[in-house]
Design a protein around this ligand. Structure first.
Ligand code: ADP
Ligand code: ADP
Length: 229
């Protein structure tokens, strides 16, 4: 069944002024869903509710078919990983950044995740490898590298769903291309929901949810929604 479902979700930061006005969708266990829509439409708010930073005023959010209010926060937060937009990292090493907060992981699992995120070649090229310091907020790494470290860290916690807030926002075309390849690999092992602005990100998604004024205006594939002919 679906990993996440929003069922007629209403929510307002001020309950008198709803920002989400009856949002409903389901996210299958695999594949990549893009959330698109104008600024202020409610995309980030959908993420905030999926992460349970807020609870709906009306309606329900279901994780694996169970209403989230009957699921512990710990279970919920383990199931859902978050990759923030600018991917701030710890001031420590690559290893610190990959392993903090992770359940015990094997070397094999680390290698698999590094390969999936395209970090293995970079790390092999670094004299100190995983013990290379990344500096404050990871500033010795490029935006694309930070993004991939954040995704690798997320994967090591074995989530069922990863939310990515505009992952390609500040990337050059080459980095964006590499990230798209990474996301396609990751979407084969868990569900991804991506807030997307760039057309290329939307095109890479299996499915598109168009968000407008706190509602889902359309739900379909690139072909069904964005035909320009
Ligand atoms: P999007 O991600 O699609 O740009 P948001 O979910 O960020 O949209 O915002 C939806 C609406 O909620 C906007 O009107 C925004 O101003 C408002 N909003 C977002 N976050 C907060 C907040 N923390 N407190 C109050 N209002 C907020
Ligand atoms: P971006 O951050 O712009 O996306 P990438 O991480 O895609 O850059 O790096 C492009 C290529 O350069 C990759 O093949 C990667 O292995 C290599 N690379 C990047 N940074 C380093 C580094 N510090 N040392 C060695 N190789 C690196």
């Amino acid at each position: 069944g679906p990993v996440l479902e929003f069922r007629d979700v209403w929510f307002g930061y001020d309950p008198a002024r709803p920002v989400l006005r009856g949002v409903g969708f389901t996210i299958p266990a695999r594949g990549q869903t893009a959330l698109v829509g104008p600024s202020g439409a409610g995309k980030s708010t959908i993420f905030a509710l999926a992460e349970r930073f807020y609870e709906p005023d009306h309606g329900a959010i279901l994780l694996h078919g169970r209403e989230s209010r009957f699921t512990s926060y710990a279970r919920h937060r383990t199931a859902i990983g978050l990759v923030e937009q600018d991917c701030p990292l710890l001031a420590g090493t690559l290893r610190d950044n990959l392993l903090y907060g992770a359940a015990p992981v094997t070397d094999g699992e680390i290698r698999r995740v590094l390969a999936m995120t395209g970090l293995h070649r970079m790390i092999e090229a670094l004299p100190a490898g995983l013990d290379t310091p990344v500096g404050d907020h990871g500033r010795r790494l490029s935006g694309g590298q930070r993004q991939r470290v954040a995704i690798a860290r997320c994967l090591l916690a074995r989530p069922d769903l990863i939310l990515l807030d505009e992952p390609t926002a500040h990337l050059d075309p080459d980095s964006e291309h590499a990230l798209t390849a990474t996301l396609n690999e990751v979407a084969a092992v868990c569900a991804l929901v991506v807030i997307a602005h760039r057309f290329s990100t939307v095109r890479a998604a299996d499915r598109i949810l168009v968000v407008d004024e706190g509602r889902i205006r359309a739900d379909g594939t690139h072909d069904t929604l964005l035909r320009t002919d």
